[in-house]
Design a binder for this molecule. Structure first.
Ligand code: ADP
Length: 455
């Protein structure tokens, strides 16, 4: 490489020198023939022609530099040919590097735009140099409008400003931003790089935050539910332990109450296990042909046992088809609806357990009661875990607050949903609606019996 460079240099210097020497030799040879004056004149004329040649090429080089366009590079002769072709090579290389660089830059920008995280590049003064569309979306920025703006004048949240100013960025900042479409929770981390520049990374963690809140609430609720029966149990046990001579009546009463509290905890744990099984996505429901009319007979018997003769419980099964699904899960969901109807219907009330088909072909299982009813504002939240309208009534009737959450999960595992109609003081209807594809013909002709009634 070096040798080639040196050769070129020699050529550049060599050619003009050879030309000057040649002109000098010609002048010396002409001296005896033409005389000193003519020889000197010819020498001067040839030198001027040489000078003119170089000046002309210099001017072409100057014009080309002004135009700065690789296409218009002039053709030179002699040493200038070498200079111009060298420049031409340089220009080509520069163009290639530029093209490669802009392709790389475009690739990086596309990668930045595709990142699921928001990225903002800040200079040493905290001015926005660049940001990706995700960051624009998270912070409501517009790079064309906000480029080179101070970030703290655009995002004025005091927590955010304090985070940027404190200088230690090991821990991310959790920022809650109120927007017209609701609250968004962001995790923000500043990453200093390359001296004084900084990357501001932001991630939408609203979903995780909600999950975390749900988890915390859930643990608090379960602890609260278990604490009451445990307090009662330990109270009785202490009293019994302190009694020198056990009083048989008192002991019997205590044991009965302790058994009730134990049953309550047992029920709660059972419901929690059921919910956790239902929530597991890996564990799909075991599909089989369920004879719902037959299932309803069993539910009616259970309802009557729970009611202890305080209610009229009727059955109406106008749907002759069965349902594809898990019989255990469906029994548990439908059983919860029947048990709720019994527990929230005052003595003397009527409960109807039904199996029908809607006009659109959807099979529907429903439980209608003439009970206390529900105010409309509670309806959207009834299937939340531990949501109760009247806590003491729910507890006193053996409720865990998980019944409708179980119903919701079972139905969604069967692509169904729960519909609730209710009027305070008049009663409620809970309907489990399934897609028509879950309907299946039952072979037996047991449904020839008209809607059945039993008290
Ligand atoms: P719980 O164990 O408390 O009954 P659920 O999840 O089964 O829990 O029901 C949630 C709440 O919905 C109940 O606490 C009750 O306030 C209300 N609810 C459920 N079913 C009925 C019904 N048939 N009539 C009136 N209120 C009901």
């Amino acid at each position: 490489m070096r040798r080639v460079g040196e050769n070129r240099l020699n050529e550049l210097w060599g050619r003009p020198l050879v030309t000057v020497v040649l002109i000098s030799v010609i002048a010396v040879m002409l001296w005896p023939v033409l005389g000193a004056a003519s020889a000197l004149g010819t020498y001067a004329a040839l030198l001027l022609a040489l000078l003119f040649h170089h000046l002309r090429n210099l001017s072409r080089l100057h014009n080309w530099l002004e135009a700065a366009s690789p296409q218009s590079l002039p053709d030179g002769s002699g040493a200038w040919e070498e200079i111009f072709s060298g420049l031409s090579r340089l220009m080509r290389r520069k163009t290639q590097i530029e093209t490669r660089l802009s392709a790389t830059l475009a690739r990086f920008q596309r990668a930045g735009a595709a990142l699921p995280e928001g990225v903002i590049v800040l200079d040493e003064h905290g001015r926005i140099q660049w940001c990706n569309p995700r960051a624009e979306n998270l912070f409501g920025l517009d790079i064309r409008r906000d480029q080179y703006q101070q970030i703290t004048t655009l995002i004025r949240n005091p927590q955010f400003v304090e985070y940027l100013e404190q200088g230690s960025f090991n821990e991310p900042l959790t920022l809650r931003i109120s927007r017209s479409d609701g609250e968004v929770v962001l995790s923000i981390q500043l990453v200093p790089y390359g001296g004084s520049d900084k990357l501001l990374l932001s991630r939408d963690i609203t979903h995780w935050d909600r999950l975390e809140t749900t988890r915390r609430d859930f643990v608090a609720n379960v602890s609260h539910e278990l604490r009451t029966p445990l307090t009662v149990l330990s109270g009785f046990l202490e009293t019994l332990a302190d009694m020198r001579k056990p009083d048989p009546d008192m002991t019997r009463r205590s044991i009965t109450l302790m058994a009730e509290q134990t049953a309550r905890m047992h029920h709660l744990v059972e419901d929690l296990l059921t919910l956790s099984r239902l929530e597991s996505t890996q564990n799909r429901p075991h599909e089989e042909a369920v004879d719902v009319a037959e299932l309803i007979q069993g539910l009616q018997r259970d309802g009557m046992a729970l009611s202890g003769g305080r209610h009229r419980i009727q059955v109406s099964a106008s749907n002759r088809n069965g349902l594809l699904g898990s019989v255990d899960e469906l029994r548990s969901a439908f059983g919860n609806l029947v048990s709720n109807a019994v527990r929230y219907t005052p003595e003397g009330g009527t409960i109807e357990i039904g199996w029908t088909v809607r006009e659109d072909g959807c099979p529907v299982f429903f439980v209608r009661d003439s009970g206390i009813g529900i105010e409309p504002q509670h309806l959207p939240r009834l299937t939340e875990r531990f949501y109760r309208i009247d806590r003491s009534r729910s507890r006193s009737t053996g409720g865990t607050g998980l019944g409708l959450a179980i119903v919701k999960h079972v139905l969604s595992r069967h692509q169904g949903h729960l519909e609730i109609q209710s009027e305070v003081g008049k009663g409620s209807t809970f309907s489990a609606v399934f897609p028509p594809t879950r309907s299946h013909a039952v072979e037996k002709s047991v449904r020839d019996t008209a809607p059945e009634q039993a008290d």
